[in-house]
Ligand binder design. Structure first.
Ligand code: 9UX
Length: 70
């Protein structure tokens, strides 16, 4: 079953940042991501087997600070 996780993503300043984060997240099997530059957030749809920690790690590898939306 799919779940939705929202992330805060810090340091995105242009549209290419959005694409970088979306592409990095989408490399994980079953993951689709929509990043909003204005709000600095990412909405991620993913299998339950994909943990929030994996999502955070992927965004960090793309070069951005991130945390879960409380
Ligand atoms: Mo735009 Mo984002 O030149 O890391 S890609 S600032």
């Amino acid at each position: 079953a799919g779940v939705t996780t929202d992330l805060v993503v810090r340091g995105m300043t242009c549209a290419a940042c959005v694409n970088r984060v979306e592409k990095r997240l989408s490399r994980i099997d079953g993951v689709t991501a929509s990043v909003n530059l204005a709000t600095g957030r990412a909405r991620v749809h993913h299998p339950a087997e994909v943990t929030p920690g994996e999502l955070l790690a992927a965004v960090e590898r793309a070069g951005y600070e991130t945390e879960l939306v409380p």
